[in-house]
Design a protein around this ligand. Structure first.
Ligand code: SAM
Length: 194
């Protein structure tokens, strides 16, 4: 996929007209993305993941379920975020992004000052951003950066809203490992403000 900055209309990537376009950043082995694609056949889903073995696993799922509503970008999500057209993404998933726990590596975190403005540009009012993490310091970082952003509103009203994974949010491989190791996962849902 090559494109001029902000010129890529993701709807054009799909053979059929899609009701909405969703984006998953860092899909790992792709089990969440594949399940969303199966459950939402009228939605086009773009998955972004540089890890080649993960891409191969998702391709196997796409084959097995004959999915025609998935596109894969096998590189750094930041390149794709820059390429996509304004207000073209109705839902974004960033599930268990690498936490980069050392302070000197915090600038590598995918959620932060460089990506949040891009998400604001790409997502129309009412669009949903889902983020999960099991890392306590990244959890604080995510909330700090997201709550400082006028463009998104955190949907949680009570602790169970972020402690319990919603039913339409399939579990990921990383999450299952985190749970098995006894780590508490957090599930954040933000709405793009009008
Ligand atoms: C901790 S894993 C979680 C994978 C999956 N979301 C899950 O929950 O099982 C983080 C994933 O993000 C991917 N990743 C890291 N940096 C990325 C970037 N800049 N763009 C896209 N994906 C990235 C990694 O390759 C890795 O697969």
């Amino acid at each position: 996929m090559a494109a001029e900055e902000t010129s890529l209309d993701p709807a054009q990537l799909f053979a059929e007209d899609m009701r909405e376009i969703w984006l998953e950043i860092g899909f790992g082995s792709g089990e969440h993305l594949a399940q969303q694609a199966i459950e939402n056949p009228s939605v086009g889903i773009i998955g972004c993941e540089p890890y080649i073995n993960g891409v191969a696993r998702l391709l196997a799922d796409i084959d097995q379920h004959n999915l025609t509503n998935v596109k894969i970008y096998r590189d750094d999500a930041r390149i794709l975020l820059r390429a996509l057209q304004d207000i073209s993404i109705a839902r974004t998933f960033i599930l268990f992004p690498d936490p980069w726990p050392k302070m000197r590596h915090h600038k590598r975190r995918i959620i932060g000052p460089s990506t949040i403005p891009s998400l604001c540009r790409l997502m129309p009012a009412g669009a949903e951003l889902r983020i999960a993490t099991d890392d306590p310091s990244y959890k604080e970082w995510i909330l700090q950066h997201m709550l400082a952003c006028d463009g998104f509103e955190w949907r949680a009203r009570q602790p169970q809203d972020w402690r319990v994974r919603p039913v339409d949010w399939p579990a990921t491989r990383y999450e299952m490992k985190a749970n098995a190791a006894g780590r508490q996962c957090s599930y954040f849902m933000f709405d793009r403000r009008g």
